[in-house]
Write a protein that binds this ligand. Structure first.
Ligand SMILES: [Zn+2]
Length: 327
């Protein structure tokens, strides 16, 4: 759909309205027709699409879990200096100020409540986090929280011309991730506790920001999640897991299970492993005894977005991979 071109002043007026999420820098070209080149930074030598969210790298086999947003301001050395802004009202959840510990370099995570839903924004490759910020501190939408930079611990550093903030919106899988990790992978380092990337599941910030922009007050984050494309459907013989409590708005009622007692959950996953629909099931509705069962796979979605490798085809059968199980 074509979007109208809107002047900067109008954009600020729109952003000031009660929308849950705002752009994390002054770069608003996402909302301009044909503005993608000026908004996204692709990987070295590749088009802007590789700076968007999804299976956009290595021919679709590598996932990029955020948006790489181009810098607008530089100092005399050509280093990025854009203020990085809180995308929504929230509190500081985590900050990592030692660039050598992550390919995110220096990064910051904020916790937000949107429509009663816990959601986390992440800002990476920062030059610095605002010095007075502490875990638990409240911030307002649009408040400056950091300065854009080029920090990372990867072998190939981010060049000056590719300077950007890497911006994510995430759901949190498990509050006890750190202890689960220690038990499951004894001896392996986990420098970031519950804030390990494996414990955060990204959703597409571009679709959310554009959805809000186009639908205004009608936009709903829960509605956005409920309308994800299904990759597969699994059955889990568990009745209590953290996702169920944190994202209870995604549970669909099932009178039979409510009457007979819940024995497990049927769960729809999108290509990134986000459980966007959970249906309680009674024992009488469950076949087989396995703890996890893969009920169905949408092959077209798998071919379109394969990078997470949540399912795999063995002969004529689909199986849930170990990546899929750990979700
Ligand atoms: Zn990135």
């Amino acid at each position: 759909m074509d979007r109208p071109i809107i002047c900067g002043a109008c954009l600020i007026a729109i952003a000031a309205q009660a929308q849950a999420f705002q752009l994390p820098t002054a770069n608003h070209t996402l909302f301009e027709k044909g503005g993608e080149e000026r908004f996204f930074v692709g990987t070295a030598g590749k088009p802007w699409l590789t700076g968007t969210f999804g299976c956009v790298r290595m021919g679709g086999w590598q996932m990029h879990e955020g948006l790489d947003i181009r810098c607008l301001q530089r100092d005399r050395q050509g280093e990025p200096t854009d203020p990085v802004l809180a995308t929504a009202d929230g509190t500081v959840a985590y900050l990592s100020t030692r660039p050598s510990l992550s390919n995110y370099g220096i990064y910051l995570i904020l916790r937000h409540q949107v429509e009663g839903f816990e959601i986390y924004s992440l800002y990476a490759h920062l030059r610095e986090v605002r010095h007075d910020l502490k875990i638990g501190q409240a911030v307002k939408a649009g408040e400056e929280v950091a300065i854009m930079g080029r920090t990372a611990n990867t072998r190939d550093s981010i060049s000056k011309d590719r300077a950007h903030v890497h911006f994510e919106l995430n759901l949190l899988v498990n509050d006890r991730f750190a202890s689960w990790y220690k038990k499951t992978f004894p001896g392996q380092r986990n420098d970031h506790g519950d804030w390990n990337g494996q414990n955060l599941l990204g959703i597409d910030p571009r679709l959310i920001l554009l959805g809000q922009y186009e639908q205004g007050a009608k936009f709903s984050l829960v509605g956005f999640l409920q309308s994800q494309t299904e990759l597969c459907r699994v059955l889990v013989r568990k009745t209590c897991f953290p996702w169920l409590k944190r994202y209870a708005a995604l549970v669909r009622p099932n009178p039979r299970a409510e009457k007979e007692g819940v024995a497990g959950y049927e769960i729809a996953l999108n290509f990134n492993g986000v459980a966007f629909e959970l249906i309680p099931r009674a024992a009488s509705e469950i076949k087989g005894k396995a703890k996890f069962q893969l009920l169905s796979v949408h092959e077209a979605e798998y071919h379109k977005n394969p990078a997470r490798r949540l399912v795999a085809k063995r002969g004529a059968h689909w199986e849930l991979s170990s990546h899929g199980m750990n979700q």
